[in-house]
Design a protein around this ligand. Structure first.
Ligand SMILES: [Zn+2]
Length: 136
């Protein structure tokens, strides 16, 4: 994604996700962990989907994982973005029950099960994004 496109189209944070974006800006990949049952979850939500309690904590996970799936977009959805581009779905190594999405930085398309590592892309003082690249 070009820097120009990122300047125009920014993630919308909400009450639950704002703190996650702050941690990404600090270079940390995290998921929520339920204080009652230990279930990890992403994206951030106020309540546990398993036990329906509200208490939770952030848990840092290794900024690495495995490719679960991906798409190659040929549609000009975003102004300033050059097609085609690849968006991957990754299962973090430290929380494989969660999935995260991001742009792919590999020279070749990914494959299912491929090891990937997070790339923290600082856009400006307020925004850092996470892309993924091959770990091998
Ligand atoms: Zn729970």
């Amino acid at each position: 994604m070009s820097a120009e496109a990122t300047r125009r189209i920014r993630p919308v944070t909400d009450r639950d996700s704002a703190a996650w974006w702050e941690r990404v800006r600090a270079g940390e990949l995290t998921v929520q962990r339920c204080d009652s049952c230990g279930t990890r979850r992403f994206p951030a939500r106020a309540y546990c989907h398993r036990c329906r309690t509200a208490g939770w904590s952030w848990e840092a996970v290794e900024p690495a994982g495995r490719i679960e799936s991906w798409i190659v977009s040929h549609q000009p959805f975003l102004p300033g973005v050059r097609e085609p581009y690849v968006v991957v779905m990754v299962r973090p190594a430290g929380a494989p029950e969660c999935v995260m999405y991001g742009n792919w930085r590999g020279a070749e398309p990914p494959h299912t099960g491929q090891r990937a590592e997070a790339v923290f892309v600082r856009v400006d003082d307020e925004l850092t994004l996470i892309d993924w690249r091959p770990a091998d």
